[in-house]
Design a protein around this ligand. Structure first.
Ligand code: ADP
Length: 489
């Protein structure tokens, strides 16, 4: 099968969150299962310098964007057999310091930037000599592609465009812009209705994707159910209920080429489930790196996160405040809302021998924290899939998670199954409930035999992409069936 993927971020070229990891791993898994995957993504600043082996393709984009035309060039890089990445070069849009915003302020032309990316994707889907069997887009930044393809079929006599599939990685980010931005799509006004891209008078890119994609997926089964409810639906639950038959929840897999403590170039010492000694070395090395007193015996907790409301920062700060009177250490790596950044740095200043906060984005440090920690805290309000709890399972850092979305689907609590328990769950969204879960972790830490058992089970809990990719192939089939049926009706 030929699969054209499109995403605004792809690891290792660009990343702000799990989207980048997932698209990169899905592309690889498709290729390794014998399919051919090509990924369309922007050529952001610095990528060409870091990947000098990429080649310029003899291709030129000259696409309408409202009442002007925007030009672009195309670069490609073959990652491995069956996996090629296409980079859209448009310096005005993508040669910037950041992907989406600077100093917490979104770029004013984000609508134009990502409508252009969507148009380039639709253009490649139609005109590349390589014909995709399915076009799989991700999140709001490329969610207009299905509408663009539909329009090409309706008005521009493209007999049979490939079926489309949209994956929702996070319903909270919908790409909502003032109504004037709709003109940038150059779609006819019939697309800007209640059953189209219009949302309370604004352009909503994700909504357009949910309306027009043939297949829909989201990144865990529980989140697929949650987003059809008012509580988690961010205003789109009615539409999602209407399209529920096309909506599949597929839990993300993990790229174990990247996340494996036995072969991780970022770690002080490798380790595995049968040779755990290296984990203690990693703990001491991290304590030294972040300036915490070195000690094997003190339980070390960690979190790596975008600092956004979604991630439960408020209850985490309050719970830590309460728990830091016990013997424990906590290390944070994250960036985002400046109030939350200040919250963690203030905590680190007040408890310098117990808390270290690193406000930045640092891939190597993220790996070292997973390896060093005894426990990993992820108290999200909602969590579509979550990857860090899966990484921490693999690294033997017992996850403490709130039972929501993918966190609930990937972690097993003692109360659910005593023989398979690999983490600690709490249910109520409150600092009190999180503090109680941390207290449970401290009790577990005092019982080395039981702790080891949890750790072993955690490290053996695997989320292989070989299985996950089969579910995506099913989703593509479902999208194809839906397309065929809608063509016939
Ligand atoms: P989300 O996509 O909502 O941010 P996920 O848990 O699905 O959350 O994925 C987050 C990804 O981003 C993980 O790979 C995580 O390690 C990484 N990450 C988040 N913040 C940082 C940071 N400050 N430094 C390095 N990696 C980070």
């Amino acid at each position: 099968m030929n699969v054209l993927l499109a995403s605004s971020e792809v690891h290792p070229f660009s990343k702000t969150g799990g989207l980048a990891d997932m698209v990169s791993a899905l592309g690889k898994a498709l290729a390794r299962a014998g399919h051919e995957a090509r990924v369309v993504t922007p050529l952001y600043r610095g990528i060409r310098e870091r990947f000098p082996q990429m080649r310029r393709v003899d291709w030129h984009f000259d696409l309408p964007l409202g009442d002007r035309h925007v030009q672009g060039a195309l670069w490609s890089l073959e990652m491995e057999k069956g996996l090629t990445v296409y980079f859209i070069e448009q310096p005005g849009f993508f040669d910037r310091a950041s992907l989406y915003h600077e100093h917490n302020i979104s770029y004013a032309d984000n609508a134009g930037r990502f409508i252009f990316l969507s148009k380039c994707t639709a253009h490649l889907a139609r005109y590349l000599p390589w014909r995709p069997d399915v076009v799989h887009v991700h999140d709001w930044q490329t969610a207009l592609v299905p509408a663009l393809l539909l329009q090409q079929q309706r008005a521009e006599e493209w007999g049979n465009p490939p079926p489309t599939c949209l994956t929702i990685h996070n319903l909270a980010y919908q790409g909502i812009f003032p109504p004037g931005a709709f003109a940038l799509t150059n779609l006819p006004l019939e697309f800007f209705t209640l059953e189209g891209a219009e949302f309370y008078g604004h352009l909503n890119c994700l909504k357009a994707g949910i309306e027009f994609a043939d297949g829909l997926t989201t990144v865990s089964p529980r989140y697929a159910r949650e987003i059809t409810t008012e509580e988690f639906g961010h205003g789109l639950d009615g539409l999602l209920r209407r399209r529920q038959k096309q909506l599949l929840g597929i839990l993300n897999g993990v790229d174990y080429d990247e996340w494996n403590p036995a072969h991780d170039p970022f770690l002080a010492r490798p380790y595995s489930v049968t040779r755990l000694a290296g984990k203690a070395v990693c703990k001491l090395a991290l304590q030294q790196e972040v300036g915490l007193p070195e000690g094997r015996g003190v339980p070390l907790f960690g979190t790596i996160s975008r600092l956004a409301d979604q991630k439960g920062v408020d209850i985490q700060l309050a719970a830590l405040e309460e728990m830091l009177n016990t013997q424990m250490q906590f290390v944070l790596l994250g960036s985002g809302s400046s109030a939350y950044e200040r919250g963690y740095t203030a905590l680190a200043r007040r408890f310098p021998s117990q808390v270290a906060a690193r406000v930045k984005y640092d891939e190597g440090l993220a790996h070292r924290i997973e390896a060093a920690c005894d426990f990993y805290i992820m108290p999200s309000r909602f969590e579509p899939s979550g990857l860090n709890q899966m990484y921490s399972l693999r690294y033997g850092a017992i996850p403490i998670v709130r039972a929501t979305g993918g966190l609930d689907d990937s972690v097993i609590d003692f109360t659910e199954d005593t023989t398979r328990a690999n983490g600690i769950k709490f249910y109520e969204y409150s600092a009190r409930a999180l503090a109680k879960a941390i207290r449970k972790a401290l009790v577990l830490y005092q019982q080395p035999g039981l702790l080891r058992q949890f750790q072993r089970r955690a490290m053996k809990t695997l989320f292989h992409w070989e299985q996950t990719v089969q579910e995506y192939l099913k989703a593509y089939e479902l999208a194809r069936d839906f397309r065929t049926r809608s063509l016939l009706s």
